[in-house]
Design a protein around this ligand. Structure first.
Ligand SMILES: [Zn+2]
Length: 114
């Protein structure tokens, strides 16, 4: 069965947060949008701090871009304007492994046990 993975990570590094899986692009989109607002709300946002401000704006722009995305995949880079210098990639990708995907299987098992 087709499914999608989504998450975010600093370019060149493994995801720092858990990635998600979804059965449809729309679900993946909703999941990633939630992650983006969580990240945005968690910002230690000090007015006047140019880096935080740039990061905030970049997250808002990415959420907007995600909102208009039709799929089947999505990739946007969030930048903080200088502090970390390396962009964070926010992505949704269709998985080609189908039923043999271990990450997806683990998610299904978890859902079944609820
Ligand atoms: Zn997969």
């Amino acid at each position: 069965m087709g499914h999608w993975h989504y998450g975010h990570n600093v370019a060149g590094y493994l995801p720092e947060a858990d990635t998600g899986t979804a059965d449809t692009f729309a679900d993946a989109k909703a999941g990633l949008a939630e992650d983006i607002s969580f990240e945005r709300d968690g910002l230690d946002y000090a007015p006047g701090d140019e880096f935080d401000e740039a990061l905030y704006v970049s997250l808002v722009e990415t959420a907007d871009e995600l909102g208009t995305s039709e799929g089947p995949e999505f990739l946007a880079y969030v930048r903080d304007g200088g502090e970390h210098r390396i962009a964070t990639a926010w992505w949704i990708t269709p998985c080609g492994e189908g039923d043999s995907c271990e990450t997806w299987q683990a998610g299904q098992a978890e859902e079944g046990s609820r």
